[in-house]
Write a protein that binds this ligand. Structure first.
Ligand SMILES: [Ca+2]
Ligand SMILES: [Ca+2]
Length: 208
């Protein structure tokens, strides 16, 4: 019985506490942790709990080196959670980084479980027009998604001056990763197994 108790304690020590899900929590990513990024740096995979497409870069302006924002190096722009779970995209600030005279447009395409649940290209009203002035834009779709893409008109090249910041979402906490014992904890665990084995030998010795 004591051996069982010891074993139970060891399991408790080596297990990673699971995050308690308490419904979606709201968040805003301002990307400023990636500043300064004068020439542009890829937004690291997993930043803010999301996977960012290979075309997504953080940038800063010399005039505002602490305020990073997102710019693109191509049209493959997509965002999904690291764990693939659903989230709610509540909008972001969009503008043209070329200046007040550089107008452009893009479309949101949102998916869940492999199905497109919102395609901004389907209705001209959902064409997102941006200018040199920062503007908060949402798709208008309020359901959960697991994949957000930004697309452009066929042949459109507005991707090279579109910028965004303050990505706003709601999501449940990231799922706990499988517990991997750290070296120190693993050594403790092995020491515990040694104690169990010793205890078993002692008991079997007594029984003999
Ligand atoms: Ca920012
Ligand atoms: Ca899903």
């Amino acid at each position: 019985m004591r051996a069982l108790q010891l074993f139970t304690v060891l399991i408790a020590v080596t297990a990673t506490p699971a995050a308690l899900a308490a419904g979606p929590v709201a968040g805003t990513l301002d990307f400023n942790a990636l500043a300064p990024a004068n020439g542009g740096i890829p937004v690291p995979g997993g930043f803010g709990g999301f996977q960012w497409g290979s075309s997504v870069h953080a940038m800063t302006l010399p005039s505002a080196p602490a305020d990073a924002f997102v710019a693109f190096s191509g049209t493959a722009i997509s965002v999904r959670r690291v764990d693939g779970a659903d989230f709610w995209f509540d909008g972001a600030e969009f503008w043209s980084r070329r200046g007040a005279d550089a107008n452009g447009s893009f479309y949101f395409v949102l998916s869940n479980d492999g199905q497109v649940v919102f395609d901004g290209r389907a209705d001209s009203q959902n064409r997102m027009r941006f200018t040199g002035t920062h503007a908060f834009m949402t798709s208008g779709y309020s359901g959960p998604i697991d994949y957000m893409a930004i697309t452009f008109r066929q042949g459109g090249d507005d991707w090279d001056h579109l910028a965004f910041d303050n990505f706003t979402y709601r999501a449940t906490p990231l799922a706990a990763l499988p517990a991997v014992p750290e070296p120190a904890t693993g050594a403790l665990f092995m020491a515990g197994l040694g104690l169990l084995a010793a205890g078993a030998r002692i008991r079997s010795g007594r029984a003999a």
